[in-house]
Design a protein around this ligand. Structure first.
Ligand SMILES: *Cc1c(COP(=O)(O)O)cnc(C)c1O
Length: 956
């Protein structure tokens, strides 16, 4: 059969119809999209040929292709453990969160008023982590357990007063992938990681012995350890504190329902994964990592933190707290580079706790421990020696010279167990393990049937948990499915996601996340694979990975791609580490200066510092372009130490700068490398290839350009593409030879292929669109942005455009003059847009006092016009303030957003209730109601509350 294109899907993905395109072209004064793009895009960077990727015939055909790949995965029972366990996702959570666009198409909750649902879910997550670890402040998710350990390392370094040459001491039973990621991250920072057996002597002498007397800034232990063993770390913790070091414990949350929480024996920081709380293994991810800290460390927490504040009416309201720590504000002084995290997965894990409650969770833990204890007894009865005495869910057995044989015998019985070394294997039990499976595993050792115990803790009394947890009503109320369903619906109803209307956030590319693209994520053949499962059981997902790598190379013009980084920020770090390793291999390890334009995304500077580089800022010219004179001066000044430039293209100003080729030449000429931030690839796909017009390495955000939904703030995938000279320095992984080159920089994520289970989404997108469809999407995205710029310019000046007056795929509109004359701020306009039924554009990035608007190709002309009409109507409201009729403090703009409740009762505003809630253009049948009035962020930061407030707080 001949391949036909898939006009149906392309038509469904792209918002404007052919007739709309004609209208829009007329508005922007261009004869055709081809002509528009021809003029907007500098000739020098145009791709030499059309993008040659075939489209699948239809959506059902793509599902068939993916199903065929899924069938080539072999899902055996996994008892590998090592941080990844079987889990039952409560069906009510799977269908109503993981498969529900109201949750998965939301953006990061930067506009708190329209994000109260997911903010509450994240607060539940923080409360859950804080209760289980005993540490008072928990963040709203990290990328995975291994990166959480690495983040804890730098947190401890910042907080410890130990001398500069102090080392990080890591117990050898910390998860091997966590040790490896921590080593990758320690190296560029000049931090030394010492791995030692800290159980041998749990006291001060163990510390000094392990480091040869060197000072220590931090200690990391695992609880229970990678081998399953449970140790009492209290003496070691005291000894570490006496030395001026902090202690981080990587802890299993399910075990903590029965184990003494780390805070009670003195740990400063707890980290880990929440995967086994209802989030499928998914061949490695995505899952939410967590971190909680003791009092005094909350302001140094990496990642996002949700806090409780109040709204304009004094009602409790949630919002992101302490944003001043983050990379978008502190740049190279930020505490970490994390931007996109794992919100959707954190929400799922929190709902697993809400669903089961404290009794349900400890019941599961007892059952798991009972099964493991029964297995241990059966093995011992058969004469097998166990390597650990006290354990929770993992049994490590001594099988001299027989490890391979035992693993093979288990495999014959359909079970994967872990080969520790030639003489040891380990078996991890989880909530899904059945009695029959236990018997099969036991028989692989030659042991008889397993009789599970009652699961009462079999470890030393001192480590039996006695403190209560999850006592808040939210964890004790929604245990019937009806109650849970309604709770989830209530929260979802508070939020504005793509299922309600456009989210025109510049730099975020909030395009359609098509249902067909999403389907495969929850298929068991992809969802239930352990990341360290034998390669011959995972051929299907590896084909998806190989295809996607190849297609991304074709799209970007790079030679190799690594899909391991699980967010754009992690791709940045991986790319910079590759650059650093390349210079080092060339004997130029002095090259450590990273040039970053003033307008760059905050993650760029934060990543450069994490890669051990020195940030030098390049000025922006008044035209918005990079100031080439300043660049020349800086290149000359740092000629011998120049490592790289990080530049976004098209620029964060939404313009195709025609100086890009010159810029790349300048830096290359001086011996530097060009890191081309590819977050804006939606303006380039099918048109220009960063790997061909000057980039040496780029990260792409699959959660922007390639349709992975944003999940309310994650998951993401931030693959990097590199030219061949950097390919030897891509990330790799200790447990997968295929994950990257031997010469690589080490792992950047816990799993070999990062967040593998969401890669089928981007695979399906590329397959459905084909080269022609993708190119058409890019053209339409550019046309739509220019249409918006044209319609809005006379009301709000468009700040930057190219020489021909055109913008790329987004545009910045300037409100600063209006603010000067009226007092109306960008905040006021953003909140007023909520009353009109819109999510605000990106605020004050990259220029303070402006909006950056990115419509994407998926929004119809009707929706674009609805947005323009709202913006123009708001401009009229601003005019009333300017003309003096209304005081800004009493204006409808400052009063926004208006809740339904605020309309009843006393009304003493100079505007009417109708003006407040139903301004021109708002369809009464489609009205979105903000659940809270404007949130007071500063107040919540002064009085930090980061766990669930008591129900009385909501009594009005
Ligand atoms: C989104 C974005 C990033 C960071 O990506 P994350 O996945 O959020 O870490 C970096 N640079 C630019 C220009 C971006 O828009």
């Amino acid at each position: 059969m001949t391949q036909v294109s898939s006009p149906d899907f392309v038509r469904r993905h792209i918002g404007p119809t052919d007739a709309d395109v004609t209208t829009m072209l007329k508005a922007v004064g261009q004869p055709s999209t081809a002509a528009l793009v021809e003029r907007a895009l500098p000739a020098g960077i145009r791709a030499a040929a059309e993008l040659d990727l075939k489209a699948a015939p239809s959506e059902p055909a793509v599902i068939d292709e993916l199903a065929a790949k899924a069938a080539r995965n072999q899902v055996l029972t996994s008892m590998i453990g090592l941080g990844y366990y079987g889990t039952h996702t409560p069906p009510v959570v799977r269908r109503n969160i993981l498969e529900n666009p109201a949750w998965y198409t939301a953006y990061t909750p930067y506009q708190p008023e329209i994000s109260q649902g997911r903010l509450e879910a994240l607060l539940n997550f923080q409360t859950m982590v804080s209760d289980l670890t005993g540490l008072p402040t928990a963040g709203a998710s990290l990328l995975d357990e291994a990166t959480a350990v690495a983040e804890a390392m730098t947190l401890m370094r910042r907080s410890s007063k130990a001398p500069a040459d102090a080392v990080l001491l890591v117990d050898h039973q910390v998860m091997p992938q966590s040790i490896a990621v921590t080593q990758t991250r320690a190296l560029p920072l000049g931090l030394e990681v010492v791995v030692a057996d800290l159980r041998a002597a749990l006291d001060e002498s163990a510390l000094t012995e392990a480091t040869g007397g060197r000072p220590i800034f931090g200690v990391v232990v695992q609880y229970p350890g990678a081998d399953g063993g449970i140790s009492d770390w209290s003496r070691l913790t005291t000894a570490a504190h006496d030395e001026g070091a902090l202690v981080t414990v990587a802890a299993d949350l399910l075990a903590l329902t029965l184990l003494t929480p780390p805070a009670e024996w003195g740990a400063d920081v707890a980290v880990g994964t929440t995967q086994r709380f209802g989030v499928p293994m998914g061949f490695g991810g995505p899952h939410a990592g967590y971190m909680s800290v003791r009092k005094g460390l909350e302001r140094t927490l990496p990642g996002r933190l949700v806090g409780v504040s109040v709204d304009a009416d004094g009602a409790p309201a949630y919002r992101l707290a302490l944003q001043t720590r983050e990379q978008h504000i502190r740049r190279e002084k930020a505490t970490s580079n994390i931007c996109t995290a794992q919100v959707l997965l954190a929400v799922m894990a929190s709902m697993y706790a809400v669903w089961h409650g404290p009794r349900g969770l400890s019941g599961i833990a007892h059952e798991v421990h009972g099964k493991a204890s029964g297995l241990a007894r059966a093995l011992q009865d058969a004469g097998v020696t166990l390597a650990t005495e006290a354990f929770f869910d993992t049994v490590k057995a001594v099988v001299p010279g027989q490890a391979d044989a035992v693993v093979a015998a288990a495999l014959d019985r359909g079970v994967n167990i872990w080969r520790v070394d030639a003489n040891h294997v380990s078996v991890s039990v989880d909530e899904t393990t059945t009695g029959a499976q236990l018997d099969l595993v036991a028989s692989a050792f030659g042991a008889g049937p397993v009789i599970a115990t009652d699961g009462e803790p079999s470890w030393p009394e001192d480590l039996h948990r006695t403190s209560a947890f999850l006592t808040h009503p939210v964890f004790n109320s929604h245990h019937s499915e009806t109650a849970m369903l309604r709770y989830l619906r209530t929260l979802a109803d508070r939020d504005y996601a793509l299922d309600r209307g456009m989210i025109p956030l510049g730099s975020c590319t909030m395009k359609l996340n098509a249902t067909t693209e999403m389907e495969a994520v929850t298929w068991p053949e992809f969802a239930n694979l352990h990341p360290f499962a034998p390669a011959d059981q995972t051929e299907g997902i590896r084909e998806v990975i190989a295809d996607l790598e190849q297609w991304l190379c074709a799209i970007t013009g790079y030679d190799s791609v690594s899909l391991q980084p699980n967010a754009g920020s992690q791709g940045e770090l991986a790319g910079l580490l590759a650059i650093h390793a390349y210079h080092q291999a060339n004997g130029e390890s002095d090259r450590n200066v990273c040039l970053i334009p003033a307008s760059a995304h905050g993650t760029n500077a934060a990543s450069a510092v994490m890669a051990g580089m020195k940030v030098v800022v390049v000025k922006t010219a008044p035209s918005g372009e990079i100031d080439l004179d300043d660049l020349r001066a800086k290149v000359t000044q740092h000629n011998t130490t120049l490592a790289a430039i990080m530049v976004t293209y098209p620029s964060t100003h939404g313009v195709f700068e025609d100086t890009i080729s010159e810029l790349c030449d300048l830096v290359h000429h001086a011996g530097g490398q060009v890191y081309l931030d590819g977050a804006n690839l939606n303006a380039l796909v099918g048109m220009a290839q960063p790997g061909q017009f000057g980039g040496d390495v780029s990260h792409l955000n699959l959660h922007k350009t390639f349709c992975i939904p944003h999940g309310g703030g994650g998951p993401g995938v931030g693959p990097i593409g590199v030219r061949s000279h950097l390919a030897p320095y891509l990330p790799n992984h200790p447990f997968s030879a295929e994950a990257g080159p031997d010469t690589g920089v080490g792992p950047i994520s816990a799993a070999p292929f990062g967040s593998a289970s969401i890669l089928p989404i981007s695979w399906a997108y590329v397959r459905l669109m084909g080269g022609a469809g993708l190119t058409r999407a890019t053209e339409t995205a550019i046309l739509s942005a220019n249409y918006l710029a044209t319609r809005l310019d006379e009301h709000y000046p468009v700040l930057y455009s190219g020489e021909d007056g055109l913008v790329a795929h987004e545009c910045i509109i300037d409100l600063r003059d209006l603010t000067k004359v009226s007092g109306v701020t960008v905040d006021d306009v953003a909140k007023r847009l909520i009353d009109y039924g819109f999510h605000a554009p990106t605020m004050s990035f990259p220029v303070a006092g402006t909006f950056m608007i990115e419509p994407t190709e998926s929004e119809s002309l009707e929706e674009l016009d609805r947005f323009c009409d709202a913006m123009i109507a708001i401009r009229g409201e601003i005019q009333e303030v300017i003309d003096g009729g209304v005081d800004v403090a009493d204006s409808v703009l400052r009063g926004a957003p208006h809740t339904a409740y605020s309309l009843v009762g006393q009304w003493d505003h100079p505007y009417t209730r109708e003006q407040a809630a139903y301004p021109v253009g708002v369809d009464p049948l489609r009205k979105y109601w903000s659940p809270v009035r404007r949130v007071d962020g500063a107040k919540g930061d002064r009085n930090l509350i980061c766990s669930c407030p008591p129900p009385e707080a909501f009594e009005s």
